[in-house]
Design a protein around this ligand. Structure first.
Ligand SMILES: Cc1ncc(C[n+]2csc(CCOP(=O)(O)OP(=O)(O)O)c2C)c(N)n1
Ligand SMILES: [Mg+2]
Length: 629
């Protein structure tokens, strides 16, 4: 057997460069590059290997400012590529490693592939405790990196180089599998990373991972066809899976042909253009009027590529038909069986094609005209509401713009194929309702983990995934303050995208939520400590976001009116670098709800009348929860 002597770090770099994926006859190199922050854990291991073996062709290296940031960048990159390309991320041991935990959780919740390569203590233990080693008093082999286990879809600690011979292929099997994918973590003790081994040369041959498109079982297709033929008021809920499977054209054709309205989740929005006649808009807690009314009365719910989270089901109050039946069309059995669904375990595109063929063969012509008319009428009504909410009003002198107006102005200025990026705060709910995407890659809201801090980093990920695409990150002041430093990386990488920072002086959505559960304003505004109350009730803390962004190298512009915002967006479009537009917004102007609900438990005992009233309301709505057992 021919062998080649390489360190563990060098072997990983060589192996990664030879991994390809193939779907629908197209091959791409899977790992597009490595992000990393070096420390004693990886400087002589993966750091040395990347310096010697990596180059812009075979394995480019990127330097972020924060390990969490690099995982978010990698996640956004892979999502934009429909999971067919990914990045690896290396860190030192201890805090460098654990900084990636939040990113790992975000990738895993959203089922997006990222390869994480944190460093770890000395496998040989000779110099224990190494700097940053936890030293668990009872479980000697436990380290900080064990915290990756619950947030990873595959975890291994590589205590000997040759373990990679089985572990690396398994890592790539999981990363490239549409069911299992998420964060994959290989924790690499620092001594092992620079240790040499005689690797079989064959190990580094080019490998092609075929991304599965499982076909549905004919017997289940027959069952589902019968359900669809019987249904009087069916709806589709479309999730991220439809987009990752590139099944959006099939979805549109299926919906039109059989007269079934499509409702959207956060990950699924964009599957159909906002103005597609069968697009009934967003569903659930943050949903719109049309989708929520149709869902309320639906007798059959076809859930495609969605994990049916609580925001989709309005905490299980969305679907009120007494005999509502669900069909789970999902590549992951775990999701396909939810809500007692008829489980159509399959790739979304294969499933839609099989169902179409079988329904046509059965002579099914779709829903009656009256139902199609109801869908069309509700859509007109909802589109009008959205148009009104987006339109800038004539402001009172000195009044701030509202968030919904900002969304309208930005969307109108950049168009329906610019990608909007967001993750947490009040923006995701407002964008879900108000943003009008015109292609499946125009809406990128991370709402599986709703991770504050994802937004700016994700801008880099999408900009790297599709250079030349118009990208706008919409971010609240809270998320921006939590994580903004990848702006420096965007400057270093000469990436161009726009960040619109909406400043309402605090965690506005949580203020709203607190009021809903009866809690008076507390802890959410960005206010200074008031000496008399000894609480954070003083004036707003003045943060000059424009100067802050400029100091990091961005082009930074303040915009207080819709005209200023339009002109700032035009400047940003023409700029050669990342631009931050800071927009003060009215903290009290909120977009209303549209018959959605979110289960947030209210204190069962309180001296405060507001809490007791909230509890009454809460108990009333709780009764509407349906569990479909
Ligand atoms: C990492 C993280 N911490 C806490 C939360 C809970 N949370 C959700 S939104 C939010 C406030 C966001 O503030 P901002 O970005 O200013 O948006 P706004 O609510 O004002 O629109 C908080 C604290 C979260 N989603 N993620
Ligand atoms: Mg805010």
């Amino acid at each position: 057997m021919t062998t080649v002597r390489l360190t563990t770090g060098q072997a990983i770099v060589r192996f990664m460069a030879q991994q390809y994926v193939e779907r629908d006859g197209h091959q791409t190199r899977f790992i597009a590059g490595v992000w990393g922050i070096f420390g004693h854990g990886n400087v002589a291991g993966l750091g040395q290997a990347l310096e010697e073996l990596g180059d812009s062709e075979s394995m480019p290296y990127y330097r972020p400012q924060n390990e969490q940031g690099q995982v978010h960048i990698a996640t956004a990159f892979a999502r934009h590529h429909d999971r067919l390309r990914a990045y690896a991320c290396t860190t030192s041991i201890g805090p460098g490693a654990t900084n990636m935990i939040t990113g790992a959780a975000t990738a895993t919740v959203n089922r997006i592939p990222v390869l994480l390569l944190p460093s770890d203590y000395f496998a040989g233990r000779t110099s224990d405790p190494v700097l940053q080693q936890i030293e668990h008093p009872v479980e000697r082999d436990v380290s900080a990196s064990d915290a990756f286990r619950p947030v990873s879809r595959f975890f291994d600690r590589i205590s000997r180089p040759e373990q990679l011979l089985s572990s690396l292929p398994e890592a790539f099997r999981v990363l490239t599998d549409p069911v299992e994918t998420g964060a994959v973590t290989l924790s690499l003790p620092e001594d092992v990373q620079s240790e040499a081994y005689d690797w079989p040369v064959r190990f580094f041959d080019r490998r092609v991972w075929r991304v599965r498109r499982p076909v549905p079982e004919p017997s289940v297709v027959r069952d589902v066809v019968a359900l669809i033929r019987d249904a009087k008021a069916p709806v589709i809920v479309t999730g991220g899976g439809t987009i990752y499977a590139q099944a959006t054209a099939e979805l549109g054709a299926f919906a039109t042909r059989f007269g079934i309205p499509v409702t959207e989740t956060q990950a699924g929005k964009g599957a159909l253009s906002w103005d597609h006649p069968m697009n009934a808009g967003p569903i659930g807690s943050n949903g719109g009027l049309a989708a929520n009314r149709l869902a309320r009365d639906a007798d059959l719910i076809l859930c495609i590529g969605t994990r049916m989270g609580d925001f989709v089901t309005s905490s299980r109050t969305t679907f009120q038909h007494p005999d509502a039946v669900f069909v789970g069309i999902n590549v992951a059995p775990f999701d396909a069986y939810k809500l007692r669904s008829a489980p159509l375990v399959a790739d979304a595109r294969e499933a839609l094609t099989a169902l179409s063929t079988a329904l046509e063969a059965a002579g099914h012509t779709g829903t009656p005209d009256a139902y199609r008319t109801r869908v069309a009428d509700l859509k007109v009504e909802w589109d009008d509401i959205v148009a009104q909410l987006r339109a800038p009003s004539t402001p009172a002198l000195g009044a701030s713009l509202t968030q919904s107006e900002v969304i309208g102005v930005v969307n109108d200025a950049l168009g329906g194929s610019a990608t909007v990026i967001c993750a947490a705060g009040s923006l995701p709910g407002d964008l879900l309702k108000l943003w009008r995407p015109e292609d499946p890659k125009a809406y990128h809201v991370e709402y599986g983990n709703s991770c504050m801090g994802y937004e700016v980093a994700a801008g880099l990920g999408v900009a790297l995934a599709e250079p030349g695409r118009e990208i706008v990150v919409m971010v609240g002041d809270g998320s921006y303050l939590m994580m903004n430093s990848e702006i420096v990386t965007a400057v270093a990488e000469r990436l161009r995208f726009t960040i619109v920072l909406l400043d309402n002086h605090g965690f506005g959505c949580i203020t709203g939520l607190a009021r809903m559960v009866g809690v008076p304003d507390f802890g959410n505004d960005l206010r200074s400590r008031d000496k008399t109350t000894n609480r954070l009730t003083g004036p707003y803390v003045p943060v000059d976001f424009r100067m802050h962004a400029e100091a990091m190298g961005a082009l930074a512009i303040g915009a207080s009116t819709d005209d200023e915002l339009r002109s700032a967006l035009a400047t940003a479009r023409a700029a050669d670098r990342v631009t931050v537009i800071v927009v003060p917004i009215d903290p009290e102007a909120r977009v209303p709800g549209f018959e959605g609900w979110w289960d947030v438990p209210v204190a069962e005992v309180s001296e405060q009348a507001g809490v007791r009233e909230a509890l009454e309301r809460y108990r009333g709505t709780k009764e509407q929860q349906r569990f479909y057992h």
